[in-house]
Design a protein around this ligand. Structure first.
Ligand code: AMP
Length: 200
């Protein structure tokens, strides 16, 4: 099916979630991570994620399991050896490097979500956004903007757009969801954008 064909809804079986490794954040963020995990399990959508047992990563993985869902963790050797891995994952894929890990997560996923997070989360979601911008894929990308945590980032995107570093059309590459149910509604109604033929 060509990307951008109107009315085509995709079957989403595996969702890649990028999320904070911090345990120090406000409980409102853990609540959002838990709700997202429950939502995945309810829909039989497997979680693909960074394989950690800490921060919001751990919360989302535990919530998927609590709901009877499937967890696929992808973690580099070095972090696994630091005992940061979620050993109860149904599949725990060990990679040599961070780069391999990102590729392994990306190729396994039908959709991408950034839960609130820091530098690691931003780096990962921006990479899949850039890949979409360059037509390497046309899968859905959502920022779960709990408590407006990413508002400054979107302000920066707008600023870069005003300065013409970012094209206005690139706004269609991702969705901003205020709460977890909105992530699933977006997936259900997702129609890939018509790919830009003129990239530069
Ligand atoms: P951050 O947002 O900086 O907390 O980084 C979280 C993201 O980076 C996650 O999506 C993970 O893929 C990766 N990451 C960072 N720290 C860890 C860790 N200790 N264990 C596993 N993955 C991590």
């Amino acid at each position: 099916m060509p990307p951008g064909a109107a009315g085509v809804t995709r079957s989403i079986q595996r969702v890649c979630v990028y999320a904070s490794s911090s345990d120090a954040v406000d409980p409102v963020f853990a609540e959002a991570a838990r709700a997202l995990g429950h939502g995945l399990a309810e829909r039989n959508q497997a979680l693909v994620y960074g394989g950690g047992n800490i921060g919001l990563m751990g919360v989302v993985a535990h919530a998927v399991h609590a709901g009877g869902g499937h967890v696929i963790g992808v973690i580099p050797e070095k972090l696994r050896d630091m005992e940061l891995a979620y050993d109860d994952a149904d599949e725990l894929i060990i990679t040599e490097s961070m780069g391999e890990r990102k590729a392994a997560m990306e190729t396994r996923a039908d959709a991408f979500v950034a839960l609130p997070g820091g530098l690691g989360t931003l780096e990962e979601i921006l990479e899949v956004l850039v890949l979409k911008q360059l037509n390497y894929h046309d899968r859905p990308i959502v920022f779960l903007n709990t408590a407006g945590v990413f508002d400054h980032l979107f302000r920066l995107f707008n600023h870069l757009c005003e300065r013409r570093f970012v094209k206005a059309s690139q706004r269609a590459l991702y969705h901003v969801a205020a709460e977890p149910n909105e992530v699933f509604r977006y997936f259900e109604n997702y129609v890939p954008p018509v790919p830009e033929t003129k990239l530069f």
